[in-house]
Design a binder for this molecule. Structure first.
Ligand SMILES: NC(=O)c1ccc[n+]([C@@H]2O[C@H](COP(=O)([O-])OP(=O)(O)OC[C@H]3O[C@@H](n4cnc5c(N)ncnc54)[C@H](O)[C@@H]3O)[C@@H](O)[C@H]2O)c1
Ligand SMILES: O=P(O)(O)OC[C@H](O)CO
Length: 343
């Protein structure tokens, strides 16, 4: 009989929320924290006070600092570490796991050094039989709300439909609705690139701007995500879905968003380092801005918001200067084929 054990690697907010959800699905969850003190604290308080305060965890979520114990005989592995930690975490799996294991990848970032997406990193780091079992989970899903059973919709993809459907069956709950989509590339790009736009929305908030500015960033942000995504081979319709517009809306409007909070500190005049320290959690948008900027240049795709985020994050431009550049761009059409439709 297949083990009911699930290993969740990464005891941050998302790993903890997904661990709780999987216990609701009847699983025994081993939550891996590389820090012994955090594992002890979670088990003592039945709460992840550092990353997901205020959520009582069932006894079947047990935190461990020993990765051997966590991975042994697990039928499913959920990867909930930031994209920056994915390669080293995959190496831990490679050295310890064989066989028919489902691997759910949740990181939403692009590696700036290689321009690789999470599933590509896993393909490089894992043996083929494990990499073939990787499912990408994306969509609008703040841990703070999932952990409170607030109705949420997400989307999964994998190279094989049957593998994606296995994850769909595993995760589907009355208040956690899981769709499938064959466009794995689009899912990963949507989930990663929206963090750049959320960061920009945070900057706008920090500068004291209003809803008009945020709506502008979401709308024009989606336009540049679609431009890059389709140039890379993703399907345009994916960006109208949960991993595109859905995640863009939630991240650009939610008080829970780490990327937006980070941007708002920048907008208030804090440095990148100060802003990261103030958030104190993973902010994927920083590394992904660097990666997307590079990919856009290589592909000759125009991404004005991403470019300005890059200038603020890595070239010392001030947020006010970035706004001036965006608003002062040459006049243009709203859609690429803008002049068509007129005589
Ligand atoms: N929080 C959410 O609502 C949410 C939702 C969907 C997807 N995600 C994605 O999930 C990933 C994790 O985000 P999060 O919000 O849980 O981050 P977080 O900052 O809350 O937690 C990250 C966890 O990973 C651990 N970690 C960092 N580097 C590590 C390493 N090298 N080895 C082992 N552990 C390491 C940290 O100690 C921490 O426990 C990100 O890619 C994020 O985009 C988050
Ligand atoms: O809090 P953020 O900005 O990392 O976003 C979390 C999730 O990606 C929302 O779907």
């Amino acid at each position: 009989m297949q083990s009911e054990k699930v290993a969740v690697l990464g005891a941050g907010s998302w790993g903890t929320a997904l661990g709780r959800l999987l216990v609701q699905q009847g699983k025994q969850v081993y939550l891996w924290s590389r820090r012994v003190d955090l594992a002890k604290d979670i088990n003592s308080y039945r709460e992840n006070r550092r990353y997901l305060p205020g959520v009582l965890l069932p006894a079947k979520v047990r935190a461990h600092a020993d990765v051997d114990e966590v991975l042994k005989d697990a039928a499913t592995i959920v990867l909930a570490v930031p994209s920056s930690a994915l390669r080293e975490t995959a190496a831990l799996i490679r050295e310890r796991v064989q066989g028919d294991v489902l691997i759910i990848s949740t990181a939403k970032g692009i590696e700036p050094e290689t321009l690789k997406r999470p599933s590509e990193i896993l393909r490089e780091e894992l043996p083929k039989e494990l990499a073939d079992r990787v499912v990408v989970l994306s969509g609008p899903s703040h841990a703070e709300e999932v952990a409170r059973d607030i109705p949420t919709t997400v989307v999964v993809s994998a190279e094989q439909r049957a593998v994606a459907e296995q994850a769909q069956d595993l995760l589907m709950r009355p208040n956690f609705r899981v769709y499938t989509n064959p466009d794995l590339l689009g899912l990963e790009l949507g989930g990663s690139l929206k963090n750049i736009i959320a960061l920009a929305c945070g900057v706008a908030e920090g500068l004291g701007f209003g809803d008009n500015t945020k709506a502008a960033l979401v709308t024009r942000g989606l336009a540049e995500i679609i431009r890059l995504g389709t140039a890379m081979g993703a399907r345009e319709t994916t960006f109208a879905g949960l991993a595109g517009l859905g995640d863009l809306v939630v991240t650009c409007t939610s008080k829970h968003s780490r990327n937006m909070r980070f941007g708002s500190f920048l907008g208030k005049g804090k440095s990148v380092e100060e802003s990261l320290a103030l958030v104190g959690q993973t902010v994927e948008g920083v590394r992904t801005t660097r990666a997307a900027y590079q990919i856009a240049r290589e592909k000759g795709v125009e991404m004005p918001i991403t470019e300005e985020c890059y200038r603020v994050l890595f070239e010392g431009a001030s947020p006010a200067d970035a706004v001036g550049t965006l608003m002062g761009r040459l006049k243009t059409h709203e859609v690429e084929e803008g002049v068509e439709g007129w005589n």
